[in-house]
Design a binder for this molecule. Structure first.
Ligand SMILES: Cc1cc2nc3c(=O)[nH]c(=O)nc-3n(C[C@H](O)[C@H](O)[C@H](O)COP(=O)(O)O)c2cc1C
Length: 222
């Protein structure tokens, strides 16, 4: 740990190695026609290699003032229609998405030096599918969601514990209870970029762009 002066921190950070490990090669010429197929290949490799939380991703949104916001979430599904996550419509990210229904997703699997970036419109799924996602959550997660207080100030932790216990009792008494604000969202991608790090810094980038004729694949400078 360096001294706290800024130049020492700068030197310390510069000394930390990046991409100094065996990394896979990426041949964009043999990439599949659809980005979802390549995404699932990369995700599968991360899962099989035991990467922790391989389905964690950063969801970026903007608020009503146009200020960006970002947080890590768990991916719920991916297919040709898009990338799914779930959230409470009344919480900050839900409110931001109601006002500006577009988002970016960022995945990073450090063990492979791989990043995937997704951008697109965000659409809420049907109430039935959102309810099914809600009911697939654990009892405590459902009890917390039903409180609808995520990201508010926790001024009294003891009162918070009591409220959670009461909510959990409601869930246990009525296991079919669904929070109507719980929403599955789909990011419908316009653009999906695959980025493969290389130790020599000649990183390989492939961007899929959705066009009327279908997905176009383009290499990018690194
Ligand atoms: C690995 C990881 C996974 C997370 N998964 C979720 C999740 O699936 N759902 C969720 O609401 N928050 C999740 N969080 C917490 C969010 O990052 C965030 O703190 C929370 O959703 C509140 O965000 P908001 O105030 O912008 O709405 C996760 C955080 C981490 C680090």
């Amino acid at each position: 740990m360096p001294q706290r002066d800024s130049s020492a921190v700068r030197a310390w950070l510069r000394g930390i190695e990046v991409f100094a490990r065996p990394l896979p090669a990426f041949d964009p010429g043999s990439a599949p026609a659809e980005p979802a197929a390549l995404f699932l290949e990369w995700l599968t490799e991360a899962v099989d290699a035991g990467v922790p939380d391989p389905h964690a991703m950063t969801l970026s949104t903007v608020d009503e003032a146009g200020d960006p916001d970002a947080r890590v979430l768990i991916l719920k599904n991916v297919d040709a229609s898009g990338f799914q996550f779930a959230a409470h419509a009344a919480g900050p990210k839900g409110v931001q998405l109601a006002g500006a229904p577009r988002a970016a997703l960022t995945f990073y699997w450090a063990a492979f030096g791989r990043q995937v970036r997704v951008r697109g419109a965000v659409t809420p799924d049907t109430p039935e599918r959102s309810a099914a996602d809600f009911l697939a959550r654990g009892a405590t997660a459902r009890a917390e969601a039903l409180l609808g207080r995520q990201s508010r100030y926790l001024t009294d932790p003891d009162a918070g514990d009591r409220a959670l216990r009461e909510s959990l009792a409601r869930v246990e008494a009525d296991p079919g209870l669904v929070d109507p604000d719980w929403t599955l969202y789909t990011v419908v991608p316009d653009v999906v970029e695959f980025w493969q790090a290389a130790a020599d810094r000649v990183h390989v980038r492939l961007r899929y762009e959705r066009e009327p004729a279908g997905w176009q694949r383009r290499r990018l400078w690194s």
